[in-house]
Design a protein around this ligand. Sequence first.
Ligand SMILES: [Zn+2]
Length: 401
Amino acid sequence: MTKAKSAMLICIASVCLLLIIGFLIVGIAEYADERRGGANTNESSPPGEIDESNIADAPTDEPTTDMPTEPQTEPPTEPPVTEPPIVLPELKMSLTEPSMSLIEGETQTVQLELIPSEGSDASLLAANVSDASIATASISVSDSGTPEMTVAAKAFGTCTIDIAYNGSVLVTVAVSVAEDYNPGTPKPLPPAPVHDDIDPDKPMIALTFDDGPGNYTDELLDILAEYDVRATFLVVGNMIKGREDIIKREIADGHEIGIHTWDHTKLTTLSPSEITEEIDSVRREIRRLTGVTPRIVRPPYGSTNDDVKAVSVAEGFLIVRWNVDPEDWKTRDAQATFDHIMSHAKSGNIILCHDIHKETVESMRLVIPALLEQGYQLVTVSDMLQYSKTEPVPGQIINKQ
Ligand SMILES: [Zn+2]
């Protein structure tokens, strides 16, 4: 019995103690609330409760009839908020790839679609640009709930846009902004790579290869390395993807890279801004891969007009054509290519070939040793121009036929 009594007493004492502690906590909490400054009270007070310090700071014309008449006896208790987990929707865009190319001052709009559209809240979409000095982006949602992103290009360079849904990134879009065509500020011609192993008194020929890099370019580079000679590659921008190592090897092996436009478009059908972008897009890619800025451009089909010449002056590059055309792309015959080149071999010639054809690369196994045998030095176009002592200027067409 005494044991049971003691246990009951301990129980009652414990309950009393807990009650005292409870009252103390409530008292401290209320005291703390009263002491807190007015600035934060709006965030912590539940609606309907007004802090005294807030009232003191309130403008005088604010109605004071909302003052609570009952004393605040209970500490603020807010029910725990449990938000439902957000399921990220899929984002579809009107872009075929998550990349955009713009010209300074240009604005492009991209249609966006959330899947599923049911239950997805387009207003939760946001576009965050990595460098706002290059481009800005904003997302707007039509009354029917269709979202779209508007990108405005500000300055030359590259940046990325993260398209996020409720803070989670769904897609990252790579943005590249080209310089606007501005004939008022011509760029200087990039420096020529220096090769001082050339004898200016000996005959020289420039072998040039268009339309690559292709499936046989590596083999051609092996042949050029075997004979320790240099050539010039006029590359097409959309051929580079997946063949970046070939571009790097061309520069590492001492060859020259020129530009043959991004997608082999006839430049005379384009506006000056479009011509600039066709050339500048390849120049940026070569510079990104190799650190070297190309200085020569061969327009597809050799087609030039006053706009191409004006862009050449503005952008600082040389327009290079050819004066020997073995029509290797037409004959697709290594022997015929060899015969044509050898019958037109002359110092100062620029020979047009295509490294995307197997037969052309095969013909080089014959052409290169035969030209060396006749005493020719095989050099890059820029080497030839440098040693010809009549370095042309942008806007001038080299080897106009
Ligand atoms: Zn071509």
